[in-house]
Structure formats: C-alpha cells, structure tokens
Design a protein around this ligand. Sequence first.
Ligand SMILES: [Zn+2]
Length: 114
Amino acid sequence: MHEKDRADTESRIKEIKKKISKLGLICSGTLQKRKKTCGKPYCRCATDPRYRHGPYNEWTRYEEGRLVHRTLSSEQATRLEKAIANYREIQALLGEWRRESTAIILGIPKKKSG
Ligand SMILES: [Zn+2]
C-alpha cells in the first residue's frame, strides 16, 4: 500500500472515530405501536379487536439470548427511537472501520468509485 493510500485510510478511520464519539445512547431491538387485550374476560377487548387498549409503545429486544418486551412511555419511546438509530449508525461505522483496517493490513488500496 502506498504512503498516500495509507494516510487516506488512516484519516478515514479518524473520521469514523469522531462520528462514533458523537453518538449518545445506543439500543438494540425494535419499537412498535401495538394495541393489546387486557386479559379481563368481561372486558370488550376480549371479544372485539376494535376495543383493544392502546396503542402502547412496545420495545422488543434480545437480552442474554431471550426475547424481552417492555412497554414505554412516549418520552421513553422518543429517546429509544434515537438510540436505535444511533445503534444502526454505529454498526455501519464499525463495518467501515473494519474494511479500512483490512485494507491497511492487507495493503490493498480501496477501489475508488466514480
Ligand atoms: Zn380490556
């Protein structure tokens, strides 16, 4: 790998680190708005889907290999949405970081597009 390519790759890694350092909360999983039945047999929701309660903000994620559900307030849901987006971004950035690292180790300059 040429000095110039290596310097370019290292500066891209520096950029990636800078972006990562700006991310705040990160969370995995998905956020869904769902209507639910309450489980009381005499409640209208038990027989008619139109009377289901909610919608509730439901966060589904894996924790230690098990699927976990949590109902969140709208304030929590707003923060979670951002945290999930941050997590996706950090994963994309880590992928880039990994590719740049591979290029340095193998000495293969990244193909220029365009
Ligand atoms: Zn009900």
